[in-house]
Design a protein around this ligand. Structure first.
Ligand SMILES: C[S@@+](CC[C@H](N)C(=O)[O-])C[C@H]1O[C@@H](n2cnc3c(N)ncnc32)[C@H](O)[C@@H]1O
Length: 218
């Protein structure tokens, strides 16, 4: 089975057995912090890459009244779930089942692009970052959050645990990757689910999620 077929199969199952909603609850506290960095304004265009059940697309459509909101995910069952969950609250949202970055999306269209826990699944992270650069309008922002990264030792077993190949980059490598793609890094930080002291045995609280925020030059 190809890498992408494996990823698709895992997340199709998660969409059907309730784990997608568990991801929304688990990622939500850090995802909202990364989402706010985009400073989305009414009338802007928004894309979530690997959108899962589409929760940030609904934030963009509802809270921030973005104009054109899109979510793409390689797992068709995730997209079916995202459509069902958004039918009442964000009926204008565009959800696409397809593989990023090979799926064709509108170039120079998005003011803000978000991705949570997705980019290390790509066969080439560099290709994914270059594609984001092409999709952003000049001056547009991209926030990329990962929990699988070099400094988070607790995550290193995930490829073996899941049988899926993943790209393990350090914080510096993410910065360098953004720069290679033509995205100026405006912030890089660790995001934590709560403000408690970071001495917790849970890596989510001790190491946190790695967020890199980049801007396409104007
Ligand atoms: C760990 S989940 C995160 C989902 C969502 N971002 C969240 O925070 O709940 C990773 C998601 O990325 C999607 N994905 C992985 N590789 C992808 C690719 N090449 N193109 C589009 N989606 C992809 C998976 O199907 C899955 O829904």
């Amino acid at each position: 089975m190809s890498q992408v077929a494996k990823v698709q199969a895992i997340f199709d199952t998660w969409a059907q057995n309730g784990r997608a909603d568990g991801m929304e609850r688990g990622h939500g506290p850090t995802a909202i912090q990364a989402f706010k960095k985009l400073e989305l304004r009414p009338g802007q265009n928004y894309l979530d890459i690997g959108c899962g059940n589409g929760y940030t697309v609904r934030w963009a459509a509802n809270k921030d009244r973005a104009e054109d909101v899109w979510g793409i995910d390689v797992a068709p069952e995730m997209i079916a779930l995202a459509r069902r969950m958004s039918a009442d609250s964000a009926p204008r949202a565009n959800f696409f089942a397809g593989e990023f970055p090979s799926e064709t999306l509108p170039e120079n269209h998005f003011d803000a692009v978000f991705s949570m826990e997705v980019f290390y699944y790509f066969p080439s992270v560099d290709d994914g970052l270059s594609a984001v650069q092409g999709l952003l309008k000049p001056g547009g922002l991209f926030t990329c959050v990962v929990d699988y990264y070099q400094e988070n030792a607790a995550s290193h077993s995930w490829p073996e645990d899941t049988g899926v190949a993943m790209t393990l980059w350090s914080a510096d490598q993410w910065r360098e990757g953004f720069a290679r793609a033509g995205l100026e890094v405006v912030e890089q930080s660790r995001l934590f689910p709560t403000d408690n002291a970071q001495s917790s045995p849970d890596w989510k609280q001790s190491e946190g999620s790695l967020m890199t925020l980049g801007r396409k030059s104007s």
